[in-house]
Write a protein that binds this ligand. Structure first.
Ligand SMILES: Nc1nc2c(c(=O)[nH]1)N[C@H]1C(S)=C(S)[C@@H](COP(=O)(O)O)O[C@H]1N2
Ligand SMILES: [Mo]
Length: 308
């Protein structure tokens, strides 16, 4: 399938960061055009031109409010989260509802590499080499009923393991949602690893959503429940501040956040000395749909400043 690319790298077959980078450079040298001709397709063509953010930055500069609101809090506190055993309840408008064990899920899924740009609504960005499988494959495993129109997601809520949830920063548990056609898009994945290593707890272990054309808060972490619904589900940041955070939240340089512009982004790691103590960070223009133009058809006829 055109949507597949390198699929020899799984969390079970961990590859050191250096080896991974060498392979990436090799692919870059092949050129995006050459890559697009083969099994790689559009994802590889985009991936080949990207320089991944370092493992250190990806795992130390995090948003995971269940462990605190500081960027370093998740790295410090998320080790408290028990991620084994883990199961995901899939319910609502599905043919085969149930509690699916993570191993059971993984035995049915194809884990592959996806090198994606990642753009937070706070106007910073990274490039992250995820390992994961397509959300569509998981939804097909459970069997989506014809009446289903939306997909709701929920993060685990364990106040004894998640110190941030003892304060009402958000209405816990963290919840998110997608329209069904967005969820079925081949770019939407459930990530289980990064850089070929199991997903670090602070990045949403053991399984989290990644929707690369939307602001980062849509990519909900440590998912324990997926519900197919007929109505648009509530989402955490929209509940907290509906004027600032819409349901769609597609990356869009033309629609400013009420308190800041979204035209540019700070490139995390570009200062050359890691995330701490860096004085200057490069800025780059933000691209519509974070550069993933292939999703534009999902929003044809919609005014994206109204449905923000
Ligand atoms: N459960 C949960 N998921 C979450 C968040 C959170 O606070 N809790 N933060 C979101 C935000 S704002 C961003 S930018 C990304 C950050 O992902 P990363 O830390 O892996 O880069 O996770 C998103 N998913
Ligand atoms: Mo974010």
């Amino acid at each position: 399938m055109a949507r597949r690319w390198i699929n020899d790298l799984t969390p079970e077959r961990a590859t050191p960061e250096a080896a991974w980078l060498n392979r990436r450079q090799l692919l870059a040298a092949l050129g995006a055009g050459a890559a697009a001709v083969g099994a790689g397709g559009p994802v590889l063509a985009q991936g080949a031109e990207l320089e991944p953010t370092s493992f250190e930055d990806i795992t130390n500069y995090c948003n995971y409010y269940e462990f605190g609101t500081g960027k370093g809090d998740p790295a410090e506190n998320a080790h408290m989260l028990t991620t084994e055993p883990w199961s995901v309840k899939i319910d609502g408008l599905v043919e085969r509802p149930g509690d699916y064990g993570l191993q059971e899920i993984l035995s049915e899924m194809t884990v592959e590499d996806r090198l994606y740009r990642f753009r937070c609504v706070e106007a910073w960005s990274m490039v992250i080499p995820w390992n994961g499988f397509e959300l569509a494959d998981l939804l097909e495993m459970a069997g989506v009923m014809p009446e289903a129109r939306y997909v709701a997601f929920e993060t685990v809520l364990r106040p004894d393991e998640m110190p941030g949830t003892r304060r009402n920063v958000l209405d816990w548990p963290y919840v998110e949602g997608l329209r069904l056609d967005e969820a079925m898009h081949p770019l939407a994945i459930m990530a289980t690893g990064l850089y070929g290593k199991p997903l670090p707890n602070q990045n949403g272990a053991p399984i989290r959503l990644v929707v690369p054309w939307k602001y980062g808060f849509k990519s909900i972490k440590s998912v324990v429940r997926i519900t197919l619904t007929e109505e648009e589900p509530p989402t955490s940041w929209n509940k907290a501040n509906p004027r600032e955070y819409g349901f769609y939240s597609n990356v869009n340089p033309q629609v400013s956040h009420p308190r800041w512009s979204q035209a540019e982004e700070r490139v995390i790691g570009s200062g050359g000395e890691g995330i701490f103590g860096r004085l200057s960070v490069e800025r780059q223009p933000t691209r519509m749909f974070n550069g993933y133009d292939e999703v534009a058809a999902l929003y044809e006829g919609m005014d994206l400043s109204e449905y923000f």
